[in-house]
Design a protein. Structure first.
Length: 79
């Protein structure tokens, strides 16, 4: 047991937070590649069917976070 603030909590109770972060990452990834939760779960078995969408998600500057540098170049700012 570990004392956090005024409450006595065990380490096991903190794992739910990590699971929540995992769920959010899963949901975000599912939104990027498109599809349902069931489709995401089956991705391990049928991943080749959505390969084109996943490749687009990896290479698209809007999705990969590279758009900030592109905006700076267009605006004439620092590269």
């Amino acid at each position: 047991m570990m004392r956090l603030g005024t409450h006595l909590e065990c380490i096991g109770s903190l794992l739910g937070w990590h699971k929540g972060v995992r769920w959010k990452k899963t949901e975000t990834h599912r939104k990027i590649i498109g599809g349902s939760r069931k489709a995401y779960r089956e991705l391990g078995r049928f991943g080749h069917e959505v390969g084109a969408r996943r490749k687009f998600a990896r290479t698209s500057p809007m999705v990969s976070g590279r758009s900030l540098g592109t905006r700076r170049e267009i605006a004439g700012g620092r590269p």
